[in-house]
Design a binder for this molecule. Structure first.
Ligand SMILES: Cc1ncc(COP(=O)(O)O)c(C=O)c1O
Length: 387
């Protein structure tokens, strides 16, 4: 059997159960990244001015084939925050309009929506989703309870961050379409984690990170916008692509791809990351990891005395499992797990509660989770950090 762990650069002295936060990059993909950087420094003008647009197009084309969209409808950005700032800053909102979302969204996105909604006098309404969720129908029903006649758009995570489960995005997008609403999906955790086909998912706007589950180096994410809506969105940084002297066949790409001098090497590594996945039959690796991840959820909840978020099923769980725990000091618990047990796992607040979430990637083994559970049992027995 191939030793998958040795393909990655991760510190071997640490049990890494936090792929979800920032991902991890295989050595060969990281080498590809460094080669692009070297090419950039070696033939800088050639790289930026002449080869750049074509290299980026080729990479977008490969990405587009993977996620089911045209290369002209997707642009690389550093991270999902950047992508959603492009969208939210220009989103057409008038006083009294409503953007409908859940109370499970990523905090940075809530902040961005709150900021621009306040400016426009619009409302950002977070439907309460009862946890643990028991069915997709429950989530869809609770989500649309917040609908009013002035709702113009829905915004949802495909996989939630702190609570780590899959939302019924297909169903919510389909219903939103029937209602004539614009659909904006934060799929930060999805590319390379769940199958994604933008040609069938009825999302008008979708962002995903490639540096998480797609295995590229950091700073590689994308923004997809359906062609008919692209004209709505100004570049976040106005640069040469605005009123371009040499326009390409896509204003969307010109606007958002040209953002001043920057290192776009990470954007060029997507083909190599996909090649790595093919070479190691990552679809199978990922399916096995998903099974192990799900099979351990119950034990996780017993070890941490925590509440599971959802049923153990492919409808809700990928390769992450999160628990709501009774922990008076989340910073201290996270620090203790790292310093004493050498386990990297996020312990973080959301709303009024604290959560702990493991990610199980191809490089993890059952032993990693066994060590985690033993540590949590010991912490419960010997400290007041888990009640
Ligand atoms: C739902 C969701 N959106 C966005 C992000 C990340 O966004 P950024 O890298 O821009 O902070 C995360 C990161 O974990 C996430 O879980």
């Amino acid at each position: 059997m191939t030793d998958i762990r040795s393909q990655f650069l991760l510190n071997p002295d640490v049990i890494h159960l936090n792929h979800g936060s920032f991902g991890a990059c295989p050595k060969t993909v990281f080498q590809d990244y460094q080669q692009w950087q070297l090419a950039l420094e070696t033939d800088t003008v050639e790289f930026f001015a002449r080869r750049g647009p074509e290299l980026l197009f080729n990479s977008r084309k490969v990405l587009g084939e993977f996620i089911g969209c045209d290369a002209l409808d997707v642009v690389y950005v550093m991270n999902p925050s950047y992508a959603l700032n492009i969208v939210i800053k220009s989103f057409p909102m008038k006083a009294g309009d409503e953007i409908l979302t859940t109370d499970l969204e990523y905090g940075a996105m809530d902040r961005t929506w709150n900021y621009y909604c306040k400016k426009a006098g619009a409302a950002y309404v977070q439907s309460k989703i009862t946890l643990p969720v028991c069915s997709k129908e429950q989530v869809v029903e609770e989500f649309f309870k917040g609908l009013i006649p002035r709702t113009t758009a829905v915004f949802i995570s495909h996989i939630t961050s702190t609570t780590g489960f899959i939302l019924p995005v297909e169903e919510i997008c389909a219903k939103a379409k029937e209602l004539g609403l614009i659909t904006i999906v934060d799929g930060a955790h999805v590319p390379g984690h769940l199958p994604l086909d933008l040609s069938t998912l009825q999302a008008d706007i979708y962002t995903g990170a490639c540096h998480k589950w797609l295995l590229t180096p950091k700073g590689c994410s994308f923004l997809y916008v359906k062609r008919e809506l692209q004209h709505l969105f100004d570049p976040l940084v106005i640069s040469w692509g605005y009123e371009s002297d040499m326009p390409s066949n896509s204003q969307f790409i010109d606007y958002h791809q040209l953002q001043g001098t920057r290192d776009f090497s990470a954007f060029l590594t997507v083909p190599k990351a996909l090649e790595f996945r093919k070479m190691f039959d990552w679809t199978t690796v990922s399916a096995q990891a998903r099974k192990v991840s799900q099979a351990n959820y119950q034990r996780f909840s017993e070890a941490a005395n925590g509440m599971m978020m959802c049923p153990v099923s492919d409808d809700f769980l990928g390769q992450m499992c999160s628990l709501r725990i009774n922990c008076p000091d989340f910073t201290q618990l996270g620090a203790l797990l790292y310093s004493k047990y050498k386990i990297e796992i996020p312990v973080f607040p959301h709303g009024d509660y604290v959560y702990i979430r493991y990610s199980f990637q191809g490089y993890n083994t059952q032993k990693d989770l066994d060590v985690l559970f033993a540590a949590l049992n010991e912490i419960r027995a010997t400290t007041n950090l888990l009640r």
